[in-house]
Design a protein around this ligand. Structure first.
Ligand code: UDP
Length: 254
């Protein structure tokens, strides 16, 4: 087997050197983690699903002109991506109150927000990813004011696209997180969407039942995480359900 140089290993993914300069391979692991790695389990098959779901979303973002690091999926667990300089921010967009904003502001989970809200968290495990304001970001030089404008514009476009995509398959996009990176092309640099977008980084609720179809099933010990991710993939048409529809009668076994 080809030995590739491992560049970085995170909680859910490994980054390897890519086949050509300027490319990397992003490998999705089955590790489920929450609360800054205090809760950790292996969920067989999660990496495969996140690889497929993230591929589907990034392909669509690329197709509508939202720049991303994604090039193509290589196999069940890996995708080829462009090498970018990751900006050390988690950019969270919220449409409905849930999770930390519900707690922080005393909002009932499920309350529609007056408008979409963007928040920034400084990516730093030792500090538990503290929430920061634009002032901190520009003062400490994590991103310039112009870059922040680009990041916010990207975040809104991703939110608009994802909200519609999920609504079309009966899912409410409550909130999600993206990461952005600087892509250098010759003398030019532009900000692109990086990392992944999957049920690990989004809150997805069934429109009818409000059932959670995301990582909260793991965070909150609800069980059924893999099944929920499978259902997201099935609704998006990424995987075909193996189950026959109820009431479809006997089938001929060949
Ligand atoms: N999120 C993420 N990675 C993080 C923190 C949050 O992907 O390290 C996502 C999370 O899945 C949710 C959104 O960002 O979709 C907002 O998360 P929140 O601030 O409510 O924090 P949490 O409740 O996840 O601690």
């Amino acid at each position: 087997m080809n030995r590739r140089r491992r560049i970085y290993e995170g909680k859910g993914k490994i980054i390897y050197e890519g086949p050509e300069p300027g490319t990397l391979v992003q490998h999705f692991k089955d590790d489920a983690t929450a609360f800054n790695n205090k809760k950790h389990e292996i969920v067989d098959g999660k990496g495969v699903l996140n690889n497929r779901i993230s591929e589907y979303i990034f392909n669509h973002l690329n197709a509508i002109g939202i720049p991303t690091h994604f090039i193509r999926r290589m196999n069940m667990r890996e995708q080829l991506i462009r090498e970018v300089e990751i900006i050390p921010l988690e950019v969270v967009v919220r449409n409905v109150a849930a999770g930390s904003i519900a707690k922080r502001l005393g909002l009932e989970e499920g309350t529609q927000l007056p408008r979409s809200i963007i928040e920034f968290y400084y990516k730093n495990d030792e500090l538990d990813d503290p929430m920061v304001a634009e002032e901190h970001i520009t003062a400490f030089g994590w991103a310039t004011p112009q870059e922040l404008d680009d990041i916010m514009a990207l975040a809104i476009r991703v939110n608009d696209f994802l909200s519609g995509l999920f609504l079309g398959v009966g899912i409410r996009l409550v909130d999600f997180k993206i990461e952005c990176g600087r892509l250098f092309e010759g003398d030019m640099m532009r900000i692109v969407v990086a990392d992944e977008i999957s049920p690990d980084s989004c809150r997805l609720w069934d429109i009818e039942t409000n059932d959670k179809m995301d990582k909260d099933r793991f965070r909150r010990d609800m069980g059924g995480m893999l099944e929920a991710y499978q259902e997201v993939a099935r609704r998006l048409g990424i995987i075909v359900s193996q189950e026959r529809p109820v009431g479809s009668g006997p089938t001929l076994v060949q």
